[in-house]
Design a protein around this ligand. Structure first.
Ligand SMILES: Cc1cc2nc3c(=O)[nH]c(=O)nc-3n(C[C@H](O)[C@H](O)[C@H](O)COP(=O)(O)OP(=O)(O)OC[C@H]3O[C@@H](n4cnc5c(N)ncnc54)[C@H](O)[C@@H]3O)c2cc1C
Length: 386
């Protein structure tokens, strides 16, 4: 087995891993290890956007209250506070590094979405927000000489000595490497692939959680699985997300008889928190003995729909669904998995100092579109993280 040494070993190249690499680069050599090509991650597929209280009508305090409400009493308030207070700065940083969020004229364009009482969801290229963030972060990381990349490399386990993490065992092209590091960051994303239906890419197989558990870490919030309420349901179609932003922009959920039903389940109707929407869809499918419900955007201006959702429009068209004229049939998806590894001061497998806080910011039903910003925030902490 070959041995390599680095200062900081980062496992994962989604928004969390890449942002951590940028943060750590001034403090030493960084090695980013990832299972596939750098960009293959959930981040690359995030569609709807990033929620941040930056519009003229919004305030950080309102975002804070909305997030707690969506979390249904299960959020850790101090974590939510960091999330909403530091979010704007992280977005400005991404813009400075070249992120092109959509604009209305010269001003940033914010969408209204479920569980948010103000328009606060920033998006890029309509429905390719994650792809844009990943593009910018990859460019940034590539520009940093002290960050090395190790693609197509599978992390198998942590190297543990006397209960302290000193690196990881990594399998690349049939060879096992022992990579020793002063600090190791597990930024391996979720585990959507453990579900039969998921919009998560194939790399999301809970590896980080299994690795941490084997190393003796305490797992928290394993019961919190994040659902996307709506996924394309058509013969031969992939498990493709129909962004919740589609409801935010005025899309209506209808049952197989064409009847809108969300008002029967929640006063905010289509803008109810996503766990409510998921349960309402299931209830309606059971009630009408059907396999699906429909998402209807046909009342919206066709040009607006094509501009706002270009990727969804093109994908649905491949399956003979023109979302400007036809209703599409969504199922709900059991896809995300936001579970957290509790980090201890003596355990150098860091999720970072704030990793512990991170888990508290979601609660029962997350306010949508908080993940990229969450990942940017919680990977801050610098070399002091242990
Ligand atoms: C279809 C879809 C749409 C979404 N839309 C939104 C949205 O609009 N707004 C929002 O806020 N959030 C959205 N999300 C959620 C958001 O994308 C994720 O929460 C976020 O990107 C997670 O970032 P991450 O860096 O933690 O993980 P990921 O981006 O998944 O990155 C994990 C990385 O770890 C690597 N990895 C995993 N295991 C190993 C291993 N054993 N060895 C080496 N490398 C490994 C993977 O290859 C990958 O590079 C969406 C998610 C999906 C799937």
């Amino acid at each position: 087995m070959e041995t390599e040494k680095t200062d900081f070993l980062i496992i994962g190249s989604g928004v969390a891993g890449l942002r951590a690499a940028v943060e750590l680069a001034p403090h030493g050599e960084v090695l980013v290890v990832t299972k596939d090509v750098l960009r293959e991650s959930s981040t690359e597929y995030a569609q709807g956007g990033v929620a941040v209280a930056m519009s003229d009508e919004d305030r950080v305090g309102i975002h804070f209250e909305d997030t707690l409400k969506a979390g249904d009493g299960l959020c850790r308030e101090e974590a939510v506070r960091v999330l909403v207070e530091e979010g704007a700065q992280k977005i400005l940083e991404l813009i400075e590094w070249g992120a092109e969020f959509d604009r209305a004229g010269t001003k940033l364009d914010f969408t209204l979405e479920a569980a948010h009482s103000r328009r606060r969801v920033l998006h890029a290229h309509g429905d390719s927000t994650g792809k844009e963030i990943e593009r910018v972060l990859i460019n940034k990381v590539v520009s940093l000489k002290c960050v090395r990349k190790f693609p197509f490399a599978m992390t198998v386990d942590l190297v543990m000595r006397d209960g302290v993490c000193c690196g990881a065992y990594i399998l690349k092209e049939g060879r096992m490497y022992q990579v020793l590091a002063r600090a190791t960051v597990l930024a391996t994303g979720g585990g959507g692939q453990i579900f039969s239906r998921t919009t998560n890419p194939q790399v999301t197989t809970s590896d980080g959680m299994a690795i941490a558990l084997r190393a003796g870490a305490v797992m928290e919030d394993m019961e919190f699985v994040q659902f996307h309420p709506t996924v394309l349901f058509a013969p031969a179609a992939p498990q493709f997300l129909l962004s919740e932003a589609m409801r935010g922009e005025g899309g209506l959920l209808r049952n197989i008889y064409g009847e809108p039903f969300m008002e029967n389940y929640h006063p905010d109707a289509e803008l109810a928190p996503r766990d409510v929407v998921s349960r309402a869809i299931i209830s309606e499918m059971v009630r009408t003995e059907s396999m699906y419900v429909c998402l209807d955007l046909t009342d919206l201006d066709a040009r607006f729909v094509k501009k706002r959702f270009p990727r969804i429009y093109r994908t649905c068209l491949q399956y003979d669904i023109d979302i400007t004229r036809d209703t599409c049939s969504p199922l709900h998806d059991g896809r995300g998995q936001d579970r957290y590894i509790r980090t201890y001061k003596h355990c150098r497998a860091l999720c970072c100092r704030r990793g512990y806080l991170y888990r508290g910011s979601r609660g029962k039903s997350s306010c949508k579109q908080q993940s990229p910003r969450r990942a940017c925030l919680w990977c801050k902490g610098g070399p002091g993280c242990r």
